[in-house]
Ligand binder design. Structure first.
Ligand code: KET
Length: 505
């Protein structure tokens, strides 16, 4: 009988095997059953060793049988569902991607100009060095920290071009896993959904600090400070540099100072994710002020940047990881290790987006044009925010206070709608959004604000969760939902680690 080999390490957590099952040597997979045993003692089946455990399956069963279907991504999966809907009023407020008033994707004029210049220059397509394009790394650090920042002059920043914000965060996570074994990353509750995936995949333990207060629909500043204080000394504190995703709630400058005080007292390491520089206020400098304040205090800081949003370079995958160190010597060593991590992952990064950023930020005229376009994009979102608030306030006669919509900043509004209400938004109104109640205002037009307000009001008032008919229960439900979410993620991580352990041992 033909046989094939399955690797245990490739099994997803839900398809993982208990040690009991391994001893018994049998696993049921729907209609087929899978046999496996320790290597050496199987005289009848032709198996090949993959690590210590090998399995043989009948030839009519896929070698990938043990792989279960992954759920759709909570953010990017929304765009897939949107595409499949043919309703004329459908609205995609899922992914944070800027659209024009006509709800079309937008390529910045300054990017088109840079593109043309690059084409005329006829640049080659040679590999980049592992750390990326030197001209890009120079301007990206300058854009974040300020060109005159002493840390740049003193060569205390290790900058490596990454695969946009996500890839840059992933590099930093790998660095933490490798050199700060057991150190915890603290992430805000809630946060961008992919943060948890990034640290899970890098096998970096994380826990949450309080951030959003559903009662005030604002920042739970006391909770945040208490949780950062309570974290083990030397933890990494993940902070959204500006325009917090998904809540749209940022600390005030005074609150940032207190956050820095506590982080310094506890010897924690601030780890910024700044994916929306320019989108909070319309000013690239103002939006970098939180990061710059920490650096000005002489702290060592990690900061992951993205050009997906502020230059609309989503598909170019262009961003960077910066590690500000207390000496140029340490920065050089950190950079060498970041390169060492990148090399076996993807070898070296793509060149086109890096050239675009370098030519725009490095040219005074183009840079000025970018700033103007950035302001225009941020301004359009602010107008839409205002119109949505006006529509909600004039249409909803219940007396509910919708002013949180105006208080939030950046691309998103965190509506406070629960999962059932979000389902109603999509199923009845064809409004596609993430199930945490976030809507991307960057995907909304002035013309669609009234329709969206109708959808939100209907979902809020007519589609309460069974237990939550009294809206006072909402904060509690939110907490329960959040706690369950956290628990499942941690369980998944634990199960995953067990499979990994079985494989290693
Ligand atoms: N950080 C944050 C906070 C963030 O919202 C995103 C993307 C990223 C990093 C990474 O973006 P990148 O394109 O890798 O540079 N957020 C939007 C898209 C996504 O989920 O991938 C979003 O929240 O819709």
């Amino acid at each position: 009988m033909a046989s094939s080999v399955l690797s245990l390490a490739s099994a997803t957590p839900s398809a993982s095997l208990s040690s009991h099952e391994i001893e018994k040597g049998k696993l049921n997979l729907g209609n087929s059953s899978l046999c496996f045993k320790k290597e050496k003692t199987n005289p009848f089946m032709k198996t090949k060793s993959v690590g210590r455990i090998s399995m043989a399956v009948a030839s009519n069963v896929s070698r990938f049988e043990a792989i279960t279907m992954a759920p759709p991504d909570p953010i990017l999966g929304v765009s897939e569902a949107f595409k499949a809907d043919n309703h004329e009023l459908k609205l995609n407020l899922g992914v944070g991607a800027y659209r024009t008033e006509e709800l079309q994707p937008y390529v910045l004029d300054v990017v088109k100009k840079a593109d043309k210049l690059l084409l005329e220059k006829g640049e080659n397509r040679e590999y980049l060095p592992i750390e990326g394009l030197a001209a890009f790394n120079k301007v990206t650090a300058e854009l974040l920290f300020g060109a005159d920042n002493p840390v740049i002059k003193q060569q205390r920043v290790a900058t490596v071009q990454g695969l946009s914000g996500t890839g840059s965060l992933r590099l930093a996570a790998a660095l933490i896993e490798r050199y700060f074994s057991g150190a915890k990353v603290l992430i805000s509750s809630p946060t961008w959904g992919n943060h948890k995936n990034i640290f899970n995949d890098a096998r970096v333990p994380w826990s949450e600090y309080r951030y959003y207060d559903p009662k005030t629909v604002g920042l739970d500043f006391e909770g945040m400070i208490a949780d950062i204080k309570a974290a083990p000394e030397g933890s990494f504190i993940l902070l959204h540099g500006c325009a917090h995703n998904p809540t749209g709630i940022d600390p005030t400058p005074e609150q940032w100072e207190t956050i820095a005080d506590v982080i310094q007292e506890k010897n924690h390491i601030p780890f910024f994710d700044i994916a929306y520089q320019g989108f909070a206020s319309g000013s690239l400098d103002a939006d970098a002020s939180s990061v710059r304040m920490f650096v000005a205090r002489g702290m060592e800081v990690i900061a992951a940047q993205s050009y997906s949003k502020n230059l609309g370079l989503y598909a170019e995958r262009i961003g960077a990881i910066n590690v500000v160190c207390s000496s140029s010597d340490a920065a050089a060593r950190v950079k060498s290790q970041l390169k060492r991590i990148a090399r076996p992952m993807y070898s070296n990064p793509p060149v086109h987006g890096a050239r675009i950023v370098a030519s725009i930020v490095g040219d005074a005229t183009l840079f000025k044009e970018w700033n103007a376009e950035m302001e225009m994009m941020a301004g359009r979102i602010m107008n839409v925010r205002q119109k949505l608030f006006d529509s909600l306030s004039s249409k909803d006669k219940s007396g509910k206070d919708w002013s949180f919509v105006l208080k939030q900043i950046g691309m998103f509004s965190f509506t406070g709608l629960n999962k059932a209400q979000c389902d109603n938004m999509t199923n009845k109104w064809h409004v596609y959004m993430t199930k945490d109640g976030r809507i991307s205002l960057a995907g909304l037009s002035l013309a669609k604000c009234e329709y969206l307000a109708d959808a939100i009001i209907d979902s809020y008032h007519n589609f309460p969760l069974m237990v939550a008919s009294n809206k006072d229960h909402m904060p509690l439900l939110f907490l329960i939902e959040n706690a369950l979410h956290s628990l499942t993620t941690h369980l998944c991580l634990a199960t995953d680690a067990q499979v990994y352990w079985l494989w290693e041992s």
